[in-house]
Design a binder for this molecule. Structure first.
Ligand code: 3HC
Length: 703
């Protein structure tokens, strides 16, 4: 065994040279790994070996370029040089894949002459999720293996494809026996040599791309396909399509040059910077400064859910989907039956869409038991209360849970805004009480706000976070305050959205500005969807706001065909003349002259209050770090990923710009625009939100 560098070894086993990369955690292509590959292959070429196997130690094959190196000064050997060296080998090179061969990792493997993978391995070119395209020849080599259409689907979706499918697609040549990869790779290498197999260079082949040369319309069809709707606002998918066009129409080297040009554009784009930030933020969010590896995690093998409504049913599905049985309790059988029917409907729809069989639907439904008696929670490990937002009701429920549940059971509330400390006060074990705020629809939305109350124990926090991860959520630990993090910032935005209307802006102009910014919908479309009459009653209505006036006119939103918008029978909204008149009336009453509002002005008026509120949240230590706030907004409210979240967006704008605009708005509209102290401080220190050190959620009883 020869040590090539600190991450690379070369072993000569008779006629086979084995290069092993060992660079934890995921063997990313850092400059060390690239240098190791270069020196490793160079050294292997100098031996008598008649074939070379490239394999990785640890949990995975190379999982891609080292994302943390993007934007830094170039160091060490370039990936292109390493790939060219591999392809130039005069003896067969075999890439032996386990774990995941992703991005640059797969692109390295595609420069081997042959590939072997264990059945559990997966391959993918997920660069699109980082706002990038596969920039190490992937866009040119993949179409030459799978054809243009499949290559576009593969690269614009970034899917991780199982080894057996890779075999069918020709992406790998053989499957190894699980656990026997190295030996099987050596056997394959010796066989290839014995049979005199050619040194297959993907770059030389043309047969898979030639058909698309005669059907150029497949590119435009792909651009307008259903799958392409997800591309709105993202830059990378279009660049990927252009690269595949190049792969089809240009010689390999020219295609590579086109790929490089488009990659450079993307890697320096704000969209990719945001998406790379999100990649790391999604991993940071699980790291809790005061929870260590030694903090115990309580077992969660059974879960009780109170409430079979939309939230309760959706929450139940999350657990069932990962094999954790649930018991749902309701106050009457009808509510249980209705709730279960909705869950069944969701599962059956998934089955019709080909996600799983009808047997699987039955298996999952079989994991849900129902009851009208909370006494059935005596043995469950975790209870999640998901009833309507009423403090008295919640306190009564938690008082009962305190009597019923076994010691150590986690008692969670799904409240979206109520004070968890007060809920916990109804029990004799506030250390077991925590908030687990799911977002609607709970079986779909990835966001989970885990709310730490004053007395919640670290092991309960740890358990709630780990449970969130297990059920596929992005969990962010937050502190108790009205609306927690997400809704608190949403309220700040809503206040300003209403203020805009009062000044004469039309709801559809406000919504369109936010849609064009990248949100799925604007605040008034959201309001119409949720129902304008939430929290409104005829008896107490004063007609003082536009919303109240709309409710008084029985315009309650999509559900009755009229809200801010008018709706047709397919629930498609159009601007309503009634709303328009109301808006004009209110603006006139307030003495606001009729004028047009630009999209930039609207976005600024709606996003700045969110940023300011986010700064206050951080200052009060109701969030651990700025990027956690961004995770909540991306995963809970569909903030556009390519804008990185409100706090990242503020850093991109420049906090001095943000502060200056807040001060101008404060001078114009009053102290609701007063900048957060933290913002003033960061600007004074020349720092960003990203510079704010992660700190534990502040609880009154702690430090
Ligand atoms: N670069 C730098 N760090 C990386 C990395 C990468 N490509 N991939 C993972 N990491 C880091 C993570 O940040 C994390 O660090 P932490 O422990 O300090 O938080 C650690 O490795 C482990 O990662 P995960 O927690 O994600 O581990 P999992 O086992 O859950 O997942 C994985 C492993 C499937 C490999 C997942 O990490 C992943 O999807 N990685 C990114 C893959 C990717 O996007 N590759 C393409 C990169 S861009 C590229 O290759 C451009 C090329 O075309 C030129």
């Amino acid at each position: 065994m020869t040590t090539i560098n600190d991450v690379t070894e070369l072993e000569i086993d008779g006629d086979v040279a084995v290069i092993t990369i060992d660079s934890p955690p995921v063997n990313a292509l850092s400059h060390n790994v690239r240098d190791g590959l270069w020196d490793g292959f160079t050294a292997a070429f100098a031996t008598e070996a008649t074939s070379i196997v490239l394999i990785c130690a640890g949990r995975t094959f190379i999982a891609g370029a080292d994302i943390s190196e993007f934007g830094g000064a170039p160091k060490g050997k370039g990936l292109g040089e390493v790939q060219a060296l591999m392809e130039s080998s005069s003896v067969p090179v075999i890439a032996a894949i386990h774990g995941t061969a992703l991005g640059g990792g797969l692109e390295v493997a595609l420069c081997a002459h042959y590939r072997i993978a264990v059945p559990s391995a997966k391959c993918g070119l997920p660069e699109v999720h980082l706002g990038l395209l596969p920039g190490a020849g992937g866009t040119q080599r993949l179409p030459r293996i799978v054809g243009a259409q499949k290559a576009m689907e593969f690269m614009t979706s970034g899917v991780h494809v199982p080894a057996s499918d890779c075999l069918d697609m020709g992406l790998v040549d053989e499957l190894a026996v699980e656990g026997n990869l190295l030996d099987d790779a050596k056997t394959m290498a010796r066989r290839l040599v014995a049979e005199g197999k050619p040194l297959k260079k993907i770059s030389d082949s043309d047969d898979k791309v030639a058909p698309a040369r005669n059907t150029p319309e497949i590119f435009d069809e792909f651009r307008s396909s259903k799958a392409a709707r997800k591309f709105r606002g993202f830059k990378a998918p279009e660049s990927i399509i252009k690269c595949v066009e190049a792969a089809v129409n240009l010689p390999f080297e020219e295609g590579i040059a086109r790929e490089r040009e488009l990659f450079t554009e993307l890697v320096t784009s704000p969209e990719s910077a945001a998406q790379r930030y999100v990649f790391f933020a999604e991993r940071q969010v699980w790291k809790l400064p005061d929870v260590s590896r030694d903090t115990p995690e309580l077992p969660v093998e059974t879960v009780g859910i109170i409430g079979a409504g939309t939230m309760g049913g959706g929450i139940a599905m999350n657990f069932v989907n990962v094999g954790i049985p649930v018991t749902i309790v309701e106050t009457n059988q009808d509510a249980l039956d209705r709730g279960l029917a909705v869950v069944r409907g969701n599962y059956e729809r998934s089955s019709r869409n080909g996600r799983f069989s009808m047997d699987e639907v039955e298996r999952r439904m079989g994991m849900i038991s129902t009851s009208l008696d909370m006494a059935d929670f005596a043995d469950v490990d975790m209870v999640i209360e998901a009833v309507f937002e009423n403090m008295d009701v919640k306190k009564e429920i938690f008082g009962k849970l305190d009597e019923i549940c076994k010691p150590g059971a986690v008692l969670a509330s799904n409240t979206s805004a109520l004070n968890i400390d007060e809920i916990a006060s109804a029990t004799t074990r506030p250390e077991s009480v925590i908030g687990m705020h799911f977002f609607s629809p709970a079986n779909v939305m990835k966001c989970l706000e885990v709310v730490r109350a004053d007395h919640t124990s670290l092991e309960v926090i740890n358990t709630a976070m780990k449970t969130g991860k297990k059920i596929g959520k992005i969990g962010a630990l937050v502190g108790v305050c009205p609306g927690f993090v997400g809704n608190r910032m949403l309220f700040a935005r809503r206040v300003e959205a209403m203020a805009l209307l009062d000044e004469g802006a039309m709801p559809w102009d406000v919504d369109k500005a936010l849609y064009d910014f990248g949100f799925a919908m604007g605040p008034f479309q959201m309001s119409d969807l949720a129902g304008l009459d939430i929290g409104w009653s005829k008896e107490t209505s004063t007609g003082a706001t536009i919303r109240e006036r709309l409710c008084e006119l029985d315009r309650r939103g999509q559900k009755n065909g009229a809200g801010y918008y008018d709706y047709d029978e397919n629930r498609v909204g159009s601007p309503s003349p009634i709303t328009e008149e109301l808006v004009k009336e209110f603006a006139e009453k307030a003495g606001k002259p009729a004028r047009t509002f630009t999209a930039d002005e609207i976005v600024e008026r709606l996003v700045l209050p969110m940023i300011n509120e986010g700064a206050k949240i951080l200052e009060e230590r109701k969030a651990i770090r700025a990027s956690d706030i961004d995770m909540i907004w991306i995963n809970g409210y569909n903030w556009p990923v390519y804008r990185g979240g409100p706090m990242f967006h503020a850093d991109q704008m420049g906090l001095d710009t943000v502060l200056a605009r807040l001060k101008e708005l404060q001078a114009e509209f009053g102290d609701k625009w007063k900048p957060a102290a933290l913002l003033e401080q960061l600007v004074a220190e020349g720092k960003t939100f990203a510079d704010v050190e992660a700190k534990p959620i502040k609880v009154p009883s702690g430090s």
